[in-house]
Write a protein that binds this ligand. Sequence first.
Ligand code: ZN
Length: 307
Amino acid sequence: MAGSPRLPPDARPRPAALRRTGLGAARGGGHTGGMQLQLAGEARRPDRESEDFAAASPEALVLLDGASSPAGLESGCRHGTAWYVRRLGVHLLARLTDRADRSIADCLADAIVETAALHGGRCDLAHPNTPAAMVVAARRHGESLEYLVLGDSLLVLEFKDGPPQVIGDNQRFPGGEELRRQVWETVPGSAERAALHLEYALAERAARNRGAGPWIAAASPRAAEHAETGFVPLDRLHALAALTDGASRYTERFGLGSWGDVLRLLAESGPGELIAEVRRVERTDVGCERWPRGRAHDDASAVYALL
Ligand SMILES: [Zn+2]
């Protein structure tokens, strides 16, 4: 525009919020705003939609892993697991960010009730195979990080001092362990594996969300009472990672590194690289022989947040 002074691009004043600080700058501490987040996710197969879900704001994050269902098993729901995790995830994120007066478990219970209402009258939410999910959630709450983990997804806390703390895998199903081992001993893709997997799935669903559980998010808000929750002072924390079991395989199944190694990889290369590394290793063992597991690839999602 004629008459207006033109500044060279690097001389333009920029609002503080838009300045790039980079991960290295934040590592030194003193970052008092919201969290700085990165997230990544990948379906187990390119032709299938992921049944994981991750979302975040600077104040809060959610990570969900939909319980996969053997093909052909009735669910009583016309929407499906991918639909369920997306609805539950966004409702939970909204609750976390605007209901500081409710505990994080209450926020999950509220989001389960809201999501149940979205099914409408045509879905049978009492069906044992109704869509269900593992949940990790965390939010800044005053001077603390408040967290919740339900099921076999993991939350890894990185402290400014001391070793990482891993929270999760808290809804085991001891009654099904032997059956699960038998599944892994069969040939992937075989009829025998399909039959045993179905047997395992039916046993797990018969026990799910009653008595000793396992309890995971489905249609009943009571599941939230079984979540592991807590507070950690923000000034003790450096970063956190939330991982579905498809991503935590890096350490848990493949033993590619310690939790400290995972946190370093996330800090240096981001969650997409963690998942890419898992995929590279999975492709060296598509027969699931070296590392017995339910399937060669699983939906994998990871969130990394600098506090
Ligand atoms: Zn439904």
